[in-house]
Design a protein. Structure first.
Length: 437
């Protein structure tokens, strides 16, 4: 079985190393040896150290490599939308199996890839696109195919999980924790895709598509990052027996007419320390799946890095190579349900709201009236001097409110009206609450 490898950066280099180190085992598992037909790169002259590969295999002509008759499987670890989309569509339409780690492309236009795979009768595997080495997508696509999945909640970005874990452990602010993450190599020089939630949103779209048999794109995912999370938010969460995580949440539900829908969102949220995801620290990933028959399942491990991602890539390579030798291909995309994606405003959630208010009689009643006008029920209220100490700030006080479940639009409207009250000096923070607190 001959492979065309597109990309030879961190992940691609580890794919080459694992192919070399495990060649005998891989051949035994597949029934035929794996050989690299060529490696497409941007620059031929780049120093790649002691990579165990013939330098003559490198080329800058990715499309030419893909079109070669002796290529059976195309492995793409370049990333980005174009030219990767064009390359993979070409391969799939020609009947060549594709293994990709490209979450951005799958989330933006996975439909085109799936259509091309169906047209060419080829396999499209992408385990490495979500949660690195954690075997997650195949269980959703195959092992749980006989069950009904109702909800998927996950920590799927290691950078943000490291930052929030550091803030929780040390009391550091966001900027300090980000600086540490950058120094340790967990954050890119430009961390926008991670800290603003774009990376997690792409993964959420892929998870929702598989879990609910519905095409979901990144554009369907409500996205918020962690840049507004403060050390005060983290401290408040601790005082309630909670921690803050950037969660991707995909859930079935019904709209006002009773029609079944799905909700897909990414945002920071408080979860109780008793929740299985609360103990996931450092740069690890974990995904919590709730199914009707199987019950609650959790998948945990390293969600990024060259070797873990390469492990997932090779797992897919073994699968598609065995299919190709057997003359079969995997089941095509399952999108029969075609459920509508519910707007964020209709998603049912809870809020933790911290207010800086004037400390005088009637304030609590006035604030409670705002919640009542928007049909939002209050679960708990905690009040104290501003700043959390006896000295406070004169006639100011802190008011912390946790709501019961309500439509997100009603909660947002409540916060909007609170901001306009004379008695509210400021809305210090607003965080969603998940996990049954």
């Amino acid at each position: 079985m001959r492979l065309a490898l597109l990309g030879c950066g961190t992940v691609g280099s580890d794919v080459v190393r694992l192919l070399h180190e495990q060649s005998a085992d891989l051949a035994a598992r597949i029934g035929a040896p794996l050989e690299i037909a060529g490696i497409a790169v941007r620059r031929l002259g780049r120093d790649r150290g002691d990579l165990p590969v013939d330098p003559g295999l490198f080329t800058t002509d990715a499309l030419g490599l893909i079109k070669r008759d002796d290529v059976d499987v195309v492995v793409e670890v370049v990333g980005g939308i174009e030219p990767a989309r064009g390359w993979l569509v070409e391969a799939l339409r020609a009947g060549k199996s594709v293994v990709t780690a490209n979450k951005a492309l799958l989330a933006e236009d996975g439909a085109t890839l799936h259509d091309a795979a169906a047209e060419g009768g080829a396999d499209l595997y992408y385990e490495a696109s979500v949660a690195g080495a954690i075997p997650l997508l195949r269980p959703l696509r195959e092992s749980l195919h006989g069950d009904r999945i109702n909800r998927v909640t996950g920590i799927v970005n290691g950078t943000t999980n490291f930052i929030l874990s550091a803030m929780d452990a040390t009391g550091a602010g966001f900027a300090e924790a980000l600086e540490e993450a950058t120094e340790l190599g967990y954050a890119e020089a430009d961390p926008t895709a991670d800290v603003e939630g774009f990376d997690a949103a792409a993964k959420a779209a892929i998870l929702a598509s598989l879990a609910f048999h519905t095409r979901v794109s990144a554009a369907d995912v409500h996205r918020e990052g962690i840049t507004e999370v403060t050390s005060a938010d983290v401290a408040s969460a601790k005082s309630m027996g909670c921690t803050i995580k950037l969660l991707c949440i995909a859930a079935r539900g019904t709209d006002a007419t009773g029609r079944e829908t799905v909700s897909v969102r990414v945002h920071p949220a408080m979860i109780p320390l008793t929740h299985p995801l609360a103990s996931v620290g450092d740069a690890f990933n974990a995904v919590f799946v709730e199914a009707e028959a199987a019950g609650q399942l959790m998948f945990y491990g390293r969600g990024a890095g060259g070797a873990p991602t390469a492990s997932a890539v090779l797992g897919d390579v073994v699968a598609v190579a065995r299919n190709r030798l057997a003359g079969v291909h995997a089941a095509s995309e399952s999108a029969y349900a075609d459920l509508p994606v519910r707007p964020m405003g209709e998603a049912l959630t809870r809020y933790h709201i911290s207010l800086d208010v004037t400390d005088r009689p009637g304030v609590l009643a006035a604030v409670a009236g705002v919640f009542a006008r928007h049909d939002v029920s209050i679960a708990t209220v905690r009040q104290g001097p501003a700043g959390g100490g006896a000295a406070g700030r004169g006639d100011d006080a802190d008011l912390v409110i946790v709501t019961h479940v309500a439509p997100d639009a009603a909660l947002a409207a409540t916060v909007g009206e609170l901001r306009g009250l004379d008695i509210v000096r400021s809305v210090a923070s607003v965080l969603r609450v998940e996990g049954g607190l």
